[in-house]
Ligand binder design. Sequence first.
Ligand code: TPP
Ligand code: DXP
Ligand code: MG
Length: 632
Amino acid sequence: MPTTFQEIPRKRPSTPLLDRAVTPAGLRRLGEAELETLADELRLELLYTVGQTGGHFGAGLGVIELTIALHYVFDTPDDRLVWDVGHQAYPHKILTGRREQMGTLRQKDGIAAFPRRAESEYDTFGVGHSSTSISAALGMAIAARLQRSDRKAIAVIGDGALTAGMAFEALNHAPEVDANMLVILNDNDMSISRNVGGLSNYLAKILSSRTYASMREGSKKVLSRLPGAWEIARRTEEYAKGMLVPGTLFEELGWNYIGPIDGHDLPTLIATLRNMRDLKGPQFLHIVTKKGKGFAPAEVDPIGYHAITKLEPLDAPAAAPKKASGPKYSGVFGEWLCDMAAADPRLVGITPAMKEGSDLVAFSERFPLRYFDVAIAEQHAVTFAAGMACEGAKPVVAIYSTFLQRGYDQLVHDVAVQNLDVLFAIDRAGLVGEDGPTHAGSFDLSYLRCIPGMLVMTPSDENELRKMLSTGHLYNGPAAVRYPRGNGPNAVIEKDLEPIEIGKGIVRRQGSKAAFLVFGVQLAEALKVAEKVDATVVDMRFVKPLDEALVREIAGNHELLVTVEENAIMGGAGAAVSEFLARENILKSVLHLGLPDAYVEHAKPAQMLAECGLDEAGIEASVRERMALLGL
Ligand SMILES: Cc1ncc(C[n+]2csc(CCOP(=O)(O)OP(=O)(O)O)c2C)c(N)n1
Ligand SMILES: CC(=O)[C@@H](O)[C@H](O)COP(=O)(O)O
Ligand SMILES: [Mg+2]
């Protein structure tokens, strides 16, 4: 049985077995009898390293045994192992040659938050967005068949990730092509919050209907489903009886379902994986684990320990009293949602499995009948909102920019084409820092402003966010407000629910020669630079509709326009300004400042913004360079 630790070690633990197993080749030289001790060492090492760096926590603790068993039984990296989401893959990284790099996790030039192909041959598929593993592993399995290779393909997917439509698209397809592949469902009954929905309830029913409790001790009942292990079952009537349970959904789809088994029982995991490794056709292994396993506080609070910040050194000087920072942008949204819900009974709040991240916690408690967590199902979230809007509800879809990409067709086809009244509260817009490019909200201004009828707003601070949410809510049609991860400049927030005039920007500073047209939170930096170069600063507020009259006026009395946005320059807000000037045949020097046409590697947000020239120094340097070129 795994050891349960009570504390996160602050000193690197002694790990004699892990020291010999930091590659799969080394791991496979260990005797099977040593693996449970190895699991304790690996779990302690994980506690230590994540304690030093911060990062995702509970999920990795839950797959310590599984990770060991997979690399022990399968010939990785030749056998392809695909982790879904990838937030549970730190043990995988430790066992595949990156133990010494774990101290650089999620830091500039360090190893990434999720598996990525460029980082290691053992990271067979880049992940971060959930529910992609079965499709990817299926693709690898069919490629192996076409290449007459007998390399295996294994997908490890969580019960949360399994709630996304694309997971079922792959579950549907694999039997059609009779793929030789293995899907391992890591069922811990948790998403980031508790997992929700019919599938979650169904999985719970499987656990109870297969007398999982008795199986957990023996677990031999499971082996009875496998060739060569049946004799064990046949010897005792009660085992055979246990198999007379109805087929599972997965079997009905054409998968050979095995389980549920205890995902922390290493001997059973190894025996079962060995038996399944060479079976032909689509294989589905259902394991039951605990998120946060082996660390008592995380076992008790898996939601709170989904991710942790790094431990402060014990001898750290007493931190200077932090300037009271205001609420995070998510918190401003969460408070507005409750206030507007109290004022407008038509409002409903929808989240695709990110209640905590998008801060719908208070709303879910105060308005439970109008709160909907649809699980990890962004496409469904958008069209579900569209259906509600058809009936006069005023849905607010709270969604990360990067995850809205998953529901883009639904936004266009189901909401915008029908001009339905849905408000998208788009959190994590722009660079998000340590989660890296898979989670950056780099493209929403580009992919939203091209949609006819869409209202697209970019608040420059917390108060502007609140005003724009009210504006979007009261607007009769598809609307979007995008705002970044974390805190703003701590602006004074007016607690009313009044909208602002649609399509109008505000001149925040009058200067000459150059004029900043700012779309979003870089307003503060632009104002500082404007003081130095005596530029005008306009808070544009709206990407769509663009305040064309104001742009025309500013262009008429400035030599240089500088657009600023934390979005891809390609097709972003700045492009809207240039398109307008071109359409009006207004010749003007325009400098676009934004995110480059590249994937910005993970680091601290400030480091990434500096790298993109979106910090004060970068903005100043670009503007001075252009002004010099123009002789201003
Ligand atoms: C498309 C997408 N939506 C949302 C998320 C945010 N997210 C990260 S982990 C997670 C929960 C995953 O649950 P599960 O697959 O059961 O893994 P567990 O954390 O329980 O190990 C969610 C919703 C994501 N990564 N990708
Ligand atoms: C793995 C995953 O997708 C989430 O855990 C994500 O990392 C959360 O991001 P925030 O920390 O910005 O809420
Ligand atoms: Mg889960």
